[in-house]
Design a protein around this ligand. Structure first.
Ligand code: SAM
Length: 202
């Protein structure tokens, strides 16, 4: 299994954002949604062995974690607007959404109260990695899995408190290259590396 945990420090944990101005009104939830696309969607299909967690740290209902599981998800479209509509529906409503366990809101889409500790508790025995430029070279870390979880930041990166929590859990810093790239590109590179290894490519 592959897991990606995107930490959106200001990403809205409530549905009060505008679809026509997602970057300007959602605390950059758009970054996380592009990671959902990069991590879960193939050109024609869904990766059933991938789970993406969006840690939402913005707005009055934060912190909450949205979990999108490829094994059960349906009707995931690749465009940001459709993904934003899905997120908004999952974040709406007051009943049972503040549970500290994941509550399914749509097929494959679940919500829980909490920050990265909620995602950590859900990951089981997956090996933990923190994606950062200065980490160990992805190409030289072999094997990565079989069960691996990759934590990444949004446009603001990962703060000291979350870094400390991840370090305490033994998460290994991992770099996909020498330049700071967009979060969704880092997800795409990790996915491609794992695909190549699964296919036995050198
Ligand atoms: C746009 S970057 C964050 C930039 C932010 N200003 C910072 O200093 O962390 C978004 C996320 O992508 C991941 N990332 C970006 N470049 C990377 C690289 N070369 N190797 C591994 N992860 C990377 C990191 O997890 C980062 O937090």
């Amino acid at each position: 299994m592959r897991h990606f945990v995107v930490i959106g420090r200001e990403a809205k944990a409530s549905p009060d954002f505008l679809l026509d101005d997602l970057p300007g009104t959602s605390g950059r939830l758009d970054v996380g949604l592009r990671c959902v696309r990069a991590g879960l969607l193939l050109s024609h299909g869904l990766r059933r062995d991938v789970v993406v967690y969006l840690v939402l740290g913005g707005g009055p209902r934060a912190p909450r974690v949205l979990r999108i599981r490829g094994a059960d998800a349906r009707f995931l479209r690749p465009d940001e607007r459709s993904l934003a509509i899905l997120a908004r529906k999952a974040l709406a409503g007051h009943e049972d959404t503040d549970a500290t366990v994941f509550v399914e809101r749509r097929p494959g889409i679940a919500l829980a109260r909490g920050g990265i500790e909620r995602a950590l508790a859900d990951l089981g025995a997956a090996r933990l990695y923190v994606l950062e430029e200065s980490g160990d070279d992805l190409r030289r870390v072999d094997p990565l899995g079989p069960d691996a979880a990759f934590f990444l930041g949004d446009h603001t990166g990962i703060d000291g408190a979350d870094r400390a929590k991840l370090a305490a859990q033994g998460a290994r810093p991992l770099s996909v290259g020498p330049r700071s790239i967009h979060a969704e590109d880092a997800v795409a590179i990790v996915s491609n590396e794992l695909d190549r290894r699964d296919a036995g490519a050198s």
